[in-house]
Design a protein around this ligand. Structure first.
Ligand SMILES: Nc1ncnc2c1ncn2[C@@H]1O[C@H](COP(=O)(O)OP(=O)(O)OP(=O)(O)O)[C@@H](O)[C@H]1O
Length: 303
């Protein structure tokens, strides 16, 4: 399997002396779905800026598909690595959505027909055909998030980095974006890397989770990471609600299946727990339990 990203012993100090990355080594294979989680200031954005070459390491230790990113010309970098910022207003700066999505391919020097084809494809992928002439400021936040993604997809990157892709979205738009990112990974083989504080969405977007706190403190599957309460606490992270529910059910002596959180609960006798497939919510319904029993569980549940 090809290595999409290879980082070896990367350090980053900002000019004011702030150490943002320390001895970070990470390999991401082509086609992987990876999440990077970490508290504010953990170095996620700095790491992403190294990956798209906006910040250049002084050593040959950041490789994209085996090539040193610091020597890659910008046209090549943007077709390898696309970064979607957390706030779409940081990304949409042209008078219309068409102009925003065409900006990248135009600057890559592509012929007009190819630019048009890419804009159409990107807008179609994110479900924004018909929005070509819209002014970004006149669109909803959810639409702007998708437009910002289209502006990156039109460069047809092989690696897609998304900073906080689900932040500030309502459940429907959150679900649309999650499906979209997964489709890009599955159907187009794009390597997807997400950074998120929305831990409930992590297992829907990643098979592998890296905990960053200036350096990499853990790297594993979502279940291993989210089951480790001490690791989460030490890094100022919280567990997804489903894991909190597991803990509560464990306390009540119920057996939980730990293979996959969403195929989770082994028929607890007192409750019928139904889990939203998009991971956002957990519904505990009263079954044959008494009102007191239900209340006791709900009281223990930490939101
Ligand atoms: N231009 C800069 N100059 C000096 N320090 C910076 C600069 N940019 C970021 N930092 C510092 O580097 C550290 C890492 O910041 P970074 O933005 O990479 O973290 P992050 O994990 O993306 O945070 P958040 O989750 O809040 O977005 C922080 O201590 C931050 O204050």
């Amino acid at each position: 399997m090809k290595e999409a990203v290879t980082i070896r012993n990367l350090n980053h100090h900002y000019p004011d002396g702030t150490v943002s990355l320390e001895d970070v080594s990470l390999t991401i294979n082509e086609g992987e779905r990876l999440a990077i989680i970490g508290q504010n200031g953990a170095g996620k954005t700095t790491l992403f800026l190294h990956l798209n070459g906006s910040i250049k390491s002084t050593e040959d230790n950041v490789l994209i598909f085996g090539e040193n990113v610091r020597y890659m010309p910008i046209e090549k970098r943007i077709e390898k690595v696309g970064v979607v910022f957390a706030d779409p207003d940081d990304q949409l700066f042209m008078p219309t959505i068409y102009d925003d999505v065409a900006f990248g391919p135009t600057n890559m020097g592509l012929p007009h027909d190819e630019v048009e084809r890419r804009v159409r494809n990107a807008l179609e992928t994110v479900g924004l055909i018909g929005f070509e002439d819209r002014v970004p400021h006149h669109m909803s936040y959810g639409e702007k998030k998708r437009a910002a993604l289209a502006a990156v997809l039109s460069m047809e990157p092989r690696i897609l980095i998304l900073d906080e892709p689900t932040a500030n979205l309502d459940p429907k738009n959150r679900s649309i974006l999650i499906s979209l990112i997964n489709r890009l990974n599955k159907e187009k083989g794009i390597t997807t890397i997400v950074a998120m504080h929305d831990v409930n969405a992590v297992s829907h977007l990643a098979d592998r989770v890296v905990v960053l706190n200036t350096t990499i403190v853990a790297d594993g599957d979502a279940h291993t990471i989210f089951s480790d309460g001490e690791l989460l606490k030490a890094n100022n992270l919280e567990a997804p609600e489903i894991y909190k529910l597991f803990r509560i059910l464990d306390c009540y002596g119920y057996t939980c299946c730990h293979q996959h959180p969403l195929s989770a609960i082994d028929a607890p006798p007192a409750f019928d727990a139904s889990l939203d497939a998009n991971g956002g919510s957990i519904h505990l319904r009263k079954n044959n339990s008494t009102a007191d029993e239900v209340q006791k569980v709900m009281d223990t549940f930490e939101y």
